[in-house]
Design a protein around this ligand. Structure first.
Ligand code: GDP
Ligand code: MG
Ligand code: ZN
Length: 252
């Protein structure tokens, strides 16, 4: 079972027992060669969250975006801690490459959740991303009485442990839910698979199918439409490089 699952419950004593997990409309999960970790079920949207500080691992961010695309849900990138003025310009610049992939929203939970509310309306949203970016802080700012545990970044990084240990769903209003998830340091892509990888890059989609070889891996093949799109400036070279990094990890 995963956070967000709908179940049939039969009354038993003071509570109930789960009789059946209903069919899922979506499932966000990560998987390596040996195991799967379910992140959330039945979400309609994933907010992939990073912060101006303490920076982020680009490969991990790319993998979060791929997994969310693969789950078939709306994907948005959220840059938190925009209040840290000296970090703002660098973070913006580093995220600019993703603007063709999904909307990029800037927030400061410390200054108030503000604009993020309208993006959550009507959705079941899961927050994903590394530890320390402010996911639990955002939940606390939006949900009265949520009291999700948060922790100073330095402590979280030093101990190597995560403050949020389980995904948890909070009701925002009658039509909107928000799921806080534990931070992640690794994100296995075996759920997606090498053949489906390129299709999870929204900017690539217009060019897929135009390569000389139908099974083009977009690495070194001749007449690769993606390489050509990069050469024309239609697709950022950095996005193709991100794809290549993930692809090589799946198929060394
Ligand atoms: N400066 C600043 N710090 C923030 C902001 N949002 C969260 N933090 C801090 O970042 C740290 C990690 O937050 P937390 O919610 O535990 O992150 P999580 O691991 O993603 O759930 C805490 O010390 C928060 O107070 C923000 O908008 N600005
Ligand atoms: Mg947390
Ligand atoms: Zn190709």
């Amino acid at each position: 079972m995963a956070c967000g699952d709908w179940v049939d419950i039969a009354p038993a004593g003071d509570g109930g027992v789960i009789e059946r997990v209903l069919e899922r409309q979506s499932l966000l999960y990560r998987a390596d060669a040996v195991q799967e970790k379910l992140i959330a079920a039945n979400v309609t949207q994933a907010l992939v969250m990073v912060a101006t500080w303490p920076g982020w691992d680009e490969d991990l961010l790319v993998r979060c975006l791929i997994a969310a695309e693969h789950a078939g849900v709306a994907v948005k990138l959220v840059l938190n801690k925009i209040d840290l003025a000296d970090r703002r310009a660098g973070a913006r610049q580093a995220l600019a490459v993703f603007e063709g992939a999904c909307p990029v929203i800037e927030i400061s939970v410390h200054d108030g959740p503000g604009l993020i509310r309208e993006h959550l309306q009507g959705h079941t949203t899961v927050l994903v991303g590394p530890s320390g970016v402010g996911k639990s802080s955002l939940v606390n700012a939006l949900v009265e009485g949520a009291a999700a545990a948060t922790r100073e970044v330095s402590q979280a990084l030093d101990s190597g442990r995560h403050t949020t240990t389980h995904a948890r769903l909070y009701h925002l209003d009658a039509a909107s839910d928000l799921i806080d998830s534990p931070g992640m340091q690794v994100f296995g892509m075996h759920a997606v698979g090498a053949d489906q990888l390129a299709a999870q890059f929204p900017e690539f989609r217009n060019h897929l199918g135009d390569c000389r070889f139908r099974d083009c891996r977009h690495l070194h093949e001749p007449d690769c439409a993606l390489q050509a799109a990069v050469a024309r400036g239609d697709v950022p070279a950095q996005r193709l490089a991100q794809y290549v990094t993930v692809r090589r990890s799946l198929e060394p």
